[in-house]
Design a protein around this ligand. Structure first.
Ligand code: UD1
Length: 375
């Protein structure tokens, strides 16, 4: 049997729930041999290990342990270490036939670039998304990764439209749906068994769920303090639970801002959550307030209102069909959105096409058959 060796790359928290269903779907193809490579961009147990346990994901075959750093430093470290790993090839000898990268983090771009330079074909899962906002580091990662990928696996129609507009040919574009929603659908029953709500003294449907970590929202004292003030005022009407990303935690400390914890009301800052506790809380929330790309999609799949603290989104289907509304960091719009939610007037959304729990099967079919495709 001719084996097809895939180098499958993860690095940061939002990558794990995209790769887990894909690795599982690839098991259907005995000729496909995935090697899981973890760059180590995220290394804290709460941002990495817990996902491997909860998603029942194989441990990485290779760990690059790059850790944190400035963008250039981090990207360069991954590039250098990934090149060496790709040159070594899969265990047992031979050469990687393809690298598979997901999402838009620094690990995605750096790994894709290392492979492209070695003329290893690149498959990008979550290709084609564009915020058209070059101030976002992820936008640079998306554009460059797509430019050097030859299999573009897309989660929503806007991604296909963007790639066509950029001149990509249709035989490289595959509209496969949203693989992260595969994980959500599979894990929802387990998540509902968690007792995190009672631990936090929360009632289903009677609290809001907040996340905040984008540099544009947390890196400037004026922006972050305004957002915290608005959240605090909203929390007088609805308790808000806020798992704090390490980046945000250090900025809050540096700027001398919110440190509220405990109690059953107000703004509740908690440690970063594992996948299941996060899903338990998001799926039963009255409203989600976030700047995360993933949560815009998850809230849409769950049908929970999502007030998105961004001016733009690379995931327009979550606004056009789903439950997300872009409110920037505008306090009045946040208050107004929350008012609509509490009054039961917030519009219901619908779940986009192909966000059906079967995206990984479609991606695996594309990857597994590619050996015979002449590209
Ligand atoms: C990264 C992604 C972002 C994604 C987010 C999800 C890029 C450019 N950004 O942002 O798209 O939405 O992950 O979490 O790739 N840190 C820890 N522990 C860790 C990792 C990081 O404490 O395990 C701290 C470090 O102080 C580090 C900071 O968080 O400097 C930022 O980490 P980094 O990986 O650079 O970016 P994120 O903000 O996590």
């Amino acid at each position: 049997m001719n084996h097809l060796h895939l180098a499958c790359v993860v690095g940061a928290r939002p990558n794990f729930m995209k790769m887990a269903p894909l690795l599982s779907a690839l098991k259907k193809y005995p000729h496909v041999r995935p090697t899981l490579i973890h760059t180590g961009q995220h290394y804290d147990a709460a941002l990495s290990d817990v996902f491997f346990q909860e998603l029942d994901m194989q441990r990485p075959d290779v760990s690059l342990e790059v850790g944190s750093g400035k963008h250039g430093e981090q990207t360069a470290r991954i590039l250098e270490r990934m090149e060496a790993v790709l040159e070594t090839g899969p265990s047992g000898g031979g050469r990687y036939d393809r690298i598979v990268v997901v999402g838009d983090v620094n690990s995605t771009l750096a790994a894709a670039l290392a492979a492209a330079k070695l003329q290893i074909p690149v498959a990008h899962v979550e290709a084609g998304l564009r915020s058209f906002d070059r101030t976002m580091p992820e936008e640079t990662n998306r554009i460059l990764t797509d430019a050097i990928s030859d299999a573009l696996l897309v989660s929503e129609q806007a991604g296909v439209d963007n790639l066509r507009r950029e001149g990509r040919s249709d035989d490289q574009i595959f509209l496969v749906g949203n693989v992260m929603i595969d994980t959500l659908r599979k894990m929802l029953p387990l998540a509902r068994e968690r007792d995190v709500l009672s631990q936090l003294h929360l009632q289903p449907g009677a609290y809001g769920f907040v996340t905040l970590h984008r540099p544009s929202n947390v890196d400037e004292p004026a922006t972050l303090s305004r957002l915290i003030a608005v959240l605090r005022s909203c929390a007088e009407r609805l308790p808000l639970v806020f798992p704090v990303h390490p980046r945000t935690r250090s900025k809050l400390a540096a700027f001398g801002l919110a440190t509220d914890t405990g109690g059953s009301g107000g703004l509740r800052l908690v440690e970063p959550l594992g996948y299941l506790d996060c899903l338990a809380l998001t799926s039963q929330a009255k409203v989600i307030v976030t700047d995360s790309g993933g949560l815009q999609e998850e809230s849409t799949a769950l049908g929970v209102p999502c007030l998105t603290l961004r001016e733009n989104t690379e995931r327009p289907v979550t606004v056009e069909q789903g439950t997300s509304r872009l409110i920037g960091s505008n306090p009045e719009r946040l208050e107004a959105g929350l008012g609509e939610v509490l009054a039961g007037r917030y519009p219901a959304g619908r779940c986009p096409e192909l966000w059906d729990g079967k995206a990984a099967e479609r991606i695996a079919a594309v990857l597994a058959n590619e050996q015979s495709a002449s590209r």
